[in-house]
Design a protein around this ligand. Structure first.
Ligand code: HEM
Length: 488
C-alpha cells in the first residue's frame, strides 16, 4: 500500500515538474523571440571578427556597418557585447541616462593609475559629481577671462622663439604650447616658472603609456606602465609641495590649483593634497592631447582650404581695427569665423573616437524610421563622434570641409537636436573644458594668422587610429614667414 502511494506521488511529481519545465522553456523561447535585438556585425575571424575589423580601421568599419545595418548594431567581442548607437534619435538615451542605467566607472577604469585612487572614475558617483563641480568652478566665466591673459602670454613666448622664416612640425609645436598654457592656467605660476620642462616630460611619459592594450589591462607589468607609474609618482611629489606651500600662503592666485585647494565637499570637508593632485592631473591629461591634436587639425585644414584661411584673416583685420593688437576675451568672443573653422576641424577629426558606458538595465531605442531595438543589460554601449558627426541626413556633403555649415541660417549641427555634434560629448557628461579649449585654440590661431604667413609642406595628414586619441599621423610640416597684418 505504502509502495503504491509512493509510486503515485512520483508519477504526480514527474507530471508537475514536466509541465513547469515546459512552461519555463516556452517562456524563455517566447522572450527570446519577442526581443528585437540589434543586428550583429559579422567578421572574418569567429568570435573576434567584428572587433578585429574595428581595431584595424574603426572609421571604415563603422561607416560600412552603418550603411548596411543602420544606426544601431552590436559587435560580439570575446567576452562582451558592444552596442553602437549612432544617430541622435538613439544616442539621446546614452547622453541622458542616469548612472544606475549607464555608468562610466567600469569602462574608464584604465584612467585610475593616471588620475589616482579615489579620483573621478575611481570615486563613488556622489563624490565624482562634487569633484566635477570643482572643475566647473575653476572654469567660471570670470576665471576664463583671467586665463586669456596667460594664454596670450604663453603664445607670444612660444612663437617669439621662431626665427623670421623656417620650417617646423606643427604637431610638435602645438603639443609643447598646449602643455605650457595648461601648466600656467591649471598648475599656476610656481610650476610654470620653475618646473615646466620637468612636468612636460612627465606628462608625455604618461601619454606614451596609453595604448589600446592599456585600456583593457591598465596594470599589466610592462615597461611603458612602469614608466607611467614612475612619472605619476614624480608628479605627485612636485604637485604635493606646491599644494602645501599654497595652503600655507596668505596670497591667493587665480588658477585652477587655487580653486581646487579652496574647494570643499558638501559635508564641509576640504579637498586633500592627494585629491587636488589627482584632479590637476585629470585636467592636464583630459585636456592636453585632445586640444593639441585639434590645434594641429585646425591648421592643416586652414592651409589646405585657403579660402577659409583668407576669411579668418579678414576677420582678424576687422577685430584689430576694433580692439587693437591685444588678444582679449572680448576680441576672442567675436571671432565667429575662426570659431566655425575650429568646430569644423573638430567635426571631421574628433580627437576622442568613442565614448563608452556600461549598461545596467534593459532598454529600448527607436530608430528614425520607427523600428525599435531592445538592448539587454550587460552590453557596453558606445557612441562615436567619428561617425555621428558625419550623418548624411544631418550634414550636407558630410565628408567635405565646410565651416559655413555652422553659419546662422544653416546651423546644421542643431537641425537634429543637441546630439548631432558630439566631439565634446553631450548631456549629463559633456566636456567641462569646452569653453577653455575654444579660448586657447582661438588665442593660438588668431596670433598665428596675425603674425605669420604659413603653408603646409607635408601632404594633408591621415588619421592615426591605433590610439585612444585620434591624431594626425606623422609629422605635419609647415613653412612660416614672419609678417604683420596691415590694417588700413
Ligand atoms: C578640444 C579639446 C577637448 C575635447 C575634444 C574634449 C572632449 C571630451 C569628450 C568627448 C568628453 C565626454 C566623455 C564621455 O562622455 O565619456 C569630455 C569630458 C570631459 N572633459 Fe573634455 N575635451 C577637450 C578639452 C578638455 C579640457 C581642456 C578639459 C580641462 C580640464 C577637459 C575636461 C573634461 C572633463 C573633466 C570631462 C568629464 C565630464 C563628465 O564626465 O562629466 N576637456 N571631453
Amino acid at each position: 500500500m505504502m509502495n503504491n502511494k509512493l509510486q503515485l506521488f512520483n508519477v504526480f511529481f514527474l507530471i508537475v515538474a514536466t509541465i513547469v519545465a515546459t512552461k519555463l522553456i516556452l517562456k524563455t523561447l517566447l522572450i527570446k523571440s519577442s526581443k528585437r535585438l540589434p543586428p550583429v556585425v559579422k567578421g572574418r575571424i569567429p568570435l573576434i571578427g567584428g572587433v578585429a575589423r574595428f581595431v584595424a580601421n574603426p572609421v571604415e568599419m563603422l561607416k560600412e556597418e552603418y550603411e548596411s545595418l543602420g544606426s544601431v548594431f552590436t559587435i560580439n567581442a570575446v567576452y562582451k557585447n558592444i552596442t553602437f548607437l549612432l544617430e541622435p534619435d538613439v544616442s539621446a538615451y546614452f547622453f541622458k541616462a542616469g548612472e544606475s542605467e549607464l555608468s562610466q566607472k567600469e569602462v574608464y577604469g584604465f584612467t585610475v593609475p593616471i588620475f589616482g585612487p579615489g579620483i573621478v572614475y575611481d570615486a563613488e558617483y556622489s563624490v565624482r559629481k562634487e569633484q566635477f563641480h570643482f572643475f566647473e568652478e575653476s572654469f567660471r566665466i570670470d576665471k576664463l577671462r583671467g586665463f586669456v591673459d596667460y594664454m596670450s602670454q604663453e603664445v607670444q613666448i612660444c612663437f617669439s622663439k621662431w626665427g623670421d622664416s623656417g620650417e617646423v612640425d606643427l604637431k610638435q609645436e602645438m603639443e609643447n604650447l598646449i602643455i605650457l598654457i595648461a601648466s600656467r592656467c591649471f598648475l599656476g605660476r610656481e610650476v610654470r616658472e620653475n618646473l615646466s620642462e620637468d612636468v612636460t616630460a612627465l606628462i608625455n611619459e604618461i601619454n606614451v603609456a596609453m595604448g589600446p592594450l592599456t585600456t583593457m589591462f591598465p596594470h599589466l607589468p610592462i615597461p611603458p606602465h612602469r614608466r607611467r607609474d614612475k612619472a605619476r609618482k614624480r608628479l605627485d611629489d612636485i604637485f604635493s609641495k606646491v599644494i602645501l606651500s599654497r595652503r600655507s600662503s596668505p596670497k591667493s592666485e587665480d588658477d585652477m590649483l587655487q580653486s581646487l585647494v579652496n574647494s570643499k565637499y558638501k559635508d564641509g570637508r576640504a579637498t586633500t593634497v592627494t585629491e587636488v593632485t589627482g584632479m590637476l592631473i585629470t585636467a592636464l591629461y583630459g585636456g592636453q592631447r585632445s586640444s593639441s591634436t585639434t590645434a594641429t587639425w585646425v591648421g592643416a585644414n586652414l592651409f589646405y582650404h585657403k579660402k577659409f584661411w583668407l576669411h579668418a584673416m579678414e576677420e582678424q583685420i576687422r577685430l584689430m581695427k576694433k580692439y587693437g593688437d591685444a588678444i582679449t576675451y572680448d576680441a576672442l568672443s567675436e571671432m565667429h569665423v575662426l570659431y566655425r573653422c575650429i568646430k569644423e576641424a573638430l567635426r571631421l577629426h574628433p580627437p576622442i573616437p568613442m565614448l563608452l558606458r556600461q549598461s545596467h538595465k534593459d532598454f529600448t531605442v527607436t530608430i528614425r524610421k520607427g523600428d525599435k531595438y531592445d538592448i539587454p543589460k550587460g552590453h557596453i554601449i558606445a557612441v562615436s563622434p567619428i561617425l555621428s558627426n558625419r550623418v548624411p541626413h544631418i550634414y550636407k556633403n558630410p565628408d567635405s570641409h565646410d565651416p559655413e555649415r555652422f553659419c546662422p541660417g544653416r546651423e546644421e549641427d542643431k537641425l537634429a537636436g543637441p546630439f548631432s555634434f558630439i566631439s565634446f560629448g553631450g548631456g549629463k557628461h559633456s566636456c567641462l573644458g569646452e569653453s577653455f579649449a575654444f579660448l586657447e585654440l582661438k588665442t593660438i590661431w588668431s596670433y598665428l594668422i596675425r603674425n605669420f604667413e604659413l603653408e603646409l609642406i607635408s601632404s594633408f595628414p591621415e588619421t592615426k587610429c591605433d590610439d585612444i586619441i585620434h591624431s594626425p599621423k606623422g609629422k605635419v610640416m609647415i613653412r612660416y614667414k614672419r609678417r604683420k597684418l596691415v590694417i588700413e
